[in-house]
Design a protein around this ligand. Structure first.
Ligand SMILES: [Zn+2]
Length: 138
């Protein structure tokens, strides 16, 4: 994740069949260790949606806008198995939702609403539009 300048990674991206994500939105700041979320569940989310650019270590070079709930409350277990919960907004909210999507096989490109830009970006970077399975915004 760090070697590719990523700020999040989900276990399925490295062929690990676990419900686990790692998030570190400030990798330069070693005082803030990466967050490990095991079996994360979104308990609630805001009805307010925010549009923001996303990229993915699994689809290098493609950056597109995705609409997601601005705020989420997530319950999860930490690496010691202790139940935890956080309320996340802004970038942290977006990264957690992006990584949690990976746990159910959803890629951010599946959520891109602008089909024209999606097609252009995928083609430019050698990916296939046929691999995208559109999902309605949350
Ligand atoms: Zn990703």
């Amino acid at each position: 994740m760090y070697s590719a300048d990523g700020i999040g990674l989900a276990a399925p991206q490295v062929a690990a069949g676990k419900q686990l994500i790692v998030v570190d939105i400030d990798p330069e700041e070693s005082a803030n260790p990466p967050m490990i979320l095991i079996n994360p569940q979104i308990r609630r989310h805001s009805s307010d949606l925010a549009l923001g650019q996303e990229g993915c270590l699994s689809i290098p070079g493609v950056y597109l806008d995705v609409r997601r709930p601005e705020l989420i409350e997530v319950a999860y277990k930490d690496e010691q198995g202790r139940p935890q919960a956080i309320v996340a907004t802004d970038l942290l909210s977006r990264v957690i939702q992006h990584e949690m999507d990976h746990l159910t096989g959803v890629m951010f490109v599946d959520r891109v609403e602008n089909g024209l830009l999606l097609n252009q970006a995928l083609t430019k970077h050698g990916f296939s539009k046929g691999a995208v399975k559109p999902i309605a915004a949350a």
